[in-house]
Ligand binder design. Structure first.
Ligand code: GDP
Length: 302
């Protein structure tokens, strides 16, 4: 129900346009596909992805030997599931170490919901019985450390921090050491979200990663890129920049509840080849859900 509830806007936006199209056509023809193309572009699916998708939909319509517009709903849904899942049933599995510290790094520009996502995940892991700690690695943005501490208090987990303006790599060093000595299972690390030029971004993230890796070979075990679904194609541009700057192992797509254009999930998956692992469907602690391809695709038309 969380899915259906959180996707209300997308349902009434994207899905209702598709439903309306289906209602207006008696059979599937070129005009039908042209309108569908516009709807998909308007839903932030992204031009290249739309072109491929339309070709694939045309092929599937031919293969099914149908010209019934209402068949398109199921065809689109299944195509979406294919793309989202990319052959894997579950995308949200994180690389969690057994009986060892797991370090997860969060990257993404300011305001996308990074801190909130860290808080929500802290809550989730704690509920699973894990000992969680947070690292306040965004030493740049005023208020970022305080905000992380609020989440620390809210979820009852320790936050390792230094003064604003200090070296993020030094914070990470402290945090990893502290997490190891206190026997933590999971360390969730915030990073600075200013989107400077790519070289700076790359250098800063690499420095942070190197410090972590030196303390724990193989860490960070996940690098999750947080992107804001409401920023549409801009989210895709950001995602590409970060992917070029560092190895991103998964995407957290936030504020999906706030957009009527759910198509960005598709564009990110197809153009970046990185799985969407979690989606944010609201501001509350339990509004972070593992991304589930089928639930999402079927939720669009539910
Ligand atoms: P940061 O700068 O990336 O750390 O962003 P924040 O975590 O401070 O989040 C920015 C704003 O987005 C806050 O008001 C959050 O409550 C809000 N937010 C984060 N995730 C979601 C989400 O999934 N849905 C909605 N509706 N709001 C969200």
């Amino acid at each position: 129900e969380k899915y259906t509830e959180g996707l209300k806007k997308t349902r009434t936006g994207f899905a209702s346009k598709v439903n309306n199209l289906i209602a207006r056509y008696r059979k599937i023809d070129e005009d039908f596909f042209e309108e569908l193309e516009e709807i998909l572009i308007g839903a932030d699916v992204g031009f290249d992805t739309v072109m491929e998708l339309i070709d694939e939909l045309k092929m599937e319509v031919k293969r099914q030997n149908t010209n019934d517009p209402s068949a398109i709903r199921e065809i689109i849904t299944e195509k979406f599931v294919d793309i989202y899942s990319d052959g894997q049933e579950v995308q949200s599995d994180l690389n969690i170490q057994e009986n060892e510290l797991t370090v997860i790094l969060f990257v993404g520009v300011n305001g996308v919901g990074k801190t909130t996502t860290i808080g929500k995940l802290a809550h989730k892991f704690k509920a699973d019985g894990k000992k969680v700690m947070l690292a306040a690695g965004d030493t740049f943005r005023a208020g970022a450390i305080d905000q992380l501490e609020v989440w620390g208090e809210r979820t009852g987990v320790d936050v390792i921090k230094q003064a604003e303006g200090s070296d993020p790599a030094a914070v990470m060093y402290d945090a990893v050491r502290a997490a190891k000595s206190r026997g933590a299972d999971i360390l969730l690390c915030d990073t600075a979200g200013r989107l400077q030029n790519k070289v700076n971004l790359m250098n800063e993230l690499q420095k942070v990663k190197r410090v972590i890796e030196r303390e724990i070979p193989g860490a960070p075990h996940e690098v999750l890129l947080v992107v804001d679904a409401t920023t549409g194609q801009n989210a895709l541009v950001q995602a590409k920049t970060f992917k070029e700057a560092t190895d991103v192992s998964g995407i957290v797509l936030t504020k999906l509840d706030g957009t009527a254009k759910g198509g960005i999930v598709l564009a990110i998956r197809k153009e970046l080849g990185v799985p969407v692992k979690f989606v944010g469907l609201g501001e509350k602690m339990d509004d972070l859900q593992p991304f589930h391809a089928e639930k999402y695709a079927y939720g669009l038309f539910a």
